[in-house]
Structure formats: structure tokens, C-alpha cells
Design a protein around this ligand. Structure first.
Ligand code: FE
Length: 205
């Protein structure tokens, strides 16, 4: 079995936001898809380790901001590479508006906003798949949506690969570009920047 085949699937990128007990939070996912058109339902898979996951599960409300090609890396750092359990991701952040059910959505580097109510939850192991019925939508810009491939090509900072000629092995996080130097990458290694596991690293040198 060639595991690389799974990389041929294409994905968009989204900021998923939720609100519980007057607390706002959000995370980045690549797993929003339309399921039905009448009524309009979407599916959103969220990793159970994300604080946003618990908030969506508890409140049954979710907002999606569709990330567009003009998004900058700061957006990914803010919502993707840190945990809302430890800090307020909206602190010092002004690029949002408040939509349905008081959920915040991102207005910069995004091209659409979708609010939805959870109607079904599927336990998929590491993730929960939330099936949601759309309750509100708005187009924010005409900039094309950013695909996961576009993020890797154009938004993620170019890796430095500073040690190219010293003979050392470099492992690069395919999510954020962080580089680890060492002959072997430990199986339990976790990216210090984006917290993705060793399986998301590739050997580049
Ligand atoms: Fe990373």
C-alpha cells in the first residue's frame, strides 16, 4: 500500500470558531465539505485534542471562515499553532465580525463565512465528524479559496535549510516548515511550532 496516495486528495483550509460561556476560540482545519444541498449541510472533522472540538460538541454551534489565497502566515500561527486552552486566540485580534449566535468569524484572509448548527456527531477515533445544518452564510471577497497545496507553496515560510553542507540530516515538518536536525527523528517527536506528530515530518537532507 502506498500511503502517499492519500496526499493526492485536495483540501481547503478553514478557521473553525466556537463560543462557550462568553469565551471565543478557533482552530484551523482542512476538513470542511458540503454533504447535502437541501437543506445545506456540511461536515467538519475536528481533532479531539482541540479545545474548539469540545466547545462545538458542548454548544452545537459552529462558524466557518473559508481561508483565501491572500491569508498571511500570522493567521495560521494564531489559530493553528497554539492552544486556546492556554491563551485567548482573539486577544489583540481585530480582523473579525460577530455573526449568528454571537460566534466570531475572521474577515481578513478569508472569502466566506458559514454558520451552522450541529445535527449529528460521528466518533471517528482521533476526530469527531460534526454534521451541521447551515443557518447563515456570507461571501466576504472574490479572492480564490486557499487549498492545502497553495498554503504549502505560497503561505508557509520557506524553510531555511541552513545546514545543507554540513552533512547532517534534516527533517522538515510538512505542516509548518519547522526543521529538526538529527540522524533519526524520534517516533514520539512533536513539532514545537504546530504540535503535529513525527509522521508529518519528511526527511529532506
Ligand atoms: Fe510543524
Amino acid at each position: 500500500m502506498d500511503n502517499k496516495a492519500i496526499y493526492k486528495l485536495t483540501y481547503g483550509l478553514f478557521v473553525v470558531t466556537a463560543r462557550e460561556n462568553d469565551r471565543d476560540n478557533g482552530c484551523i482545519v482542512n476538513t470542511v465539505a458540503q454533504v447535502t444541498s437541501e437543506p445545506i449541510k456540511i461536515s467538519v472533522a475536528i481533532n479531539k485534542v482541540n479545545y474548539t472540538h469540545d466547545m462545538v460538541k458542548n454548544t452545537g454551534k459552529i462558524a466557518i471562515s473559508v481561508i483565501s489565497e491572500d491569508a498571511d502566515f500570522e493567521l495560521f500561527k494564531r489559530f493553528g499553532f497554539q492552544s486556546g486552552r492556554e491563551m485567548d486566540k482573539f486577544e489583540g485580534f481585530n480582523d473579525f465580525q460577530t455573526g449568528k449566535d454571537d460566534l466570531k468569524y475572521v474577515t481578513k484572509g478569508t472569502n466566506a463565512y458559514i454558520a451552522a448548527d450541529v445535527v449529528e456527531m460521528v466518533d471517528a477515533g482521533t476526530h469527531t465528524i460534526f454534521i451541521c445544518e447551515v443557518t447563515d452564510m456570507k461571501v466576504l471577497s472574490d479572492t480564490p479559496s486557499a487549498t492545502y497545496a497553495y498554503y504549502h507553496e505560497h503561505i508557509k515560510p520557506k524553510p531555511e535549510s541552513k545546514n545543507q553542507d554540513n552533512g547532517k540530516t534534516i527533517w522538515r515538518c510538512q505542516i509548518c516548515g519547522y526543521e529538526y536536525e538529527g540522524d533519526e527523528l524520534p517516533d514520539d517527536f512533536v513539532c514545537p511550532l504546530c504540535k503535529h506528530p513525527a509522521s508529518d515530518f519528511e526527511k529532506i537532507l
